[in-house]
Design a protein around this ligand. Structure first.
Ligand SMILES: [Cu+2]
Length: 265
């Protein structure tokens, strides 16, 4: 009887903690993130109601079929009920997937608009690097033999390629607010993961692959990028930040970086 009581009390406490708890995701900063949150909420409510009912019934079963001194009876189960809840679960799962496919595809499969800002992202143990094409708008050639972290060349920009000379490399990512961005993700060693909670996007960086990822950030600010794939002993310190700037501030930053590069050459 105590077990039934515990199940009821815990179930009610869990449901109340979702209703009144102050913990939740950080703010959503674009349309994708809000669509993601809506779908998450829908899933949470459906599964929450089922969870609540199932636990309440479980407690009731414990009370109803408690030991009353009589003989135990073997039950074959109920085929109609089995068919009902198995198909109900299938409908819910498949329906949830169908509803959310568009949200997922918007990030992973959509066409990139022509005015998108293109940025290369490189993961390595244990840091992120970002590359911008610079004033000429063209990413220069890279050469793995020229990779040199000590000289600030994690991408291995080819010294002989003029297109590479003005490529800007940075350890944090800056993007203009309200503009589509296309990232090109790659890794130099093991699998890492690019995760920005406020954008509700998360994508692995896989060695040997170039993976596109599209988003738009609609709020100026600074957002953490924690590597979210256990990538080695230094994984815990692998993090960067995404800085969302106004278009004017972004242009100024890129120009300053360009001038700094020209000053060195
Ligand atoms: Cu990592």
């Amino acid at each position: 009887m105590l077990l039934a009581l515990l199940i009821w009390v815990f179930t009610i406490a869990i449901v109340l903690s979702f209703k009144y708890g102050s913990w939740w995701f950080p703010e959503a900063i674009n349309a994708h993130a809000r669509a993601y949150d809506e779908h998450f909420m829908l899933t949470l409510i459906i599964t929450g109601v089922i969870f609540f009912l199932a636990q309440m019934i479980l407690g009731w079963v414990i009370v109803k079929y408690r030991d009353n001194g009589g003989r135990a009876v073997y039950s074959e189960g109920n085929n109609k009920l089995e068919v009902f809840w198995t198909s109900a679960a299938a409908v819910l799962f498949i329906g949830g997937v169908l509803l959310s496919t568009r949200i997922w595809a918007g990030v992973h499969l959509a066409e990139t608009p022509a005015n998108a800002v293109k940025i290369d992202v490189l993961g390595k143990q244990f840091a992120f690097s970002f590359r911008y094409p610079g004033a000429d708008g063209k990413f220069g050639k890279t050469d793995i033999k020229q990779i040199n972290d000590a000289n600030g060349n994690p991408f291995g920009l080819d010294e002989k390629d003029p297109d590479a000379a003005d490529d800007v490399t940075a350890s944090s990512i800056r993007v203009p607010v309200g503009r589509p961005v296309e990232l090109n993700l790659r890794s130099r060693d093991v699998i890492h993961n690019f995760f920005v909670r406020e954008l509700r996007i998360k994508q692995d960086l896989v060695p040997g692959m170039q993976i596109p990822l599209r988003f738009q950030a609609d709020k100026i600010g600074e957002y953490e990028i924690p590597c979210s794939e256990l990538c080695g002993l230094g994984h815990h310190q692998m993090r960067s930040v995404m800085i969302v700037l106004s278009q004017a501030d972004y242009d100024k930053w890129l120009k300053d970086e360009d001038n700094a590069l020209k000053g060195i050459q």
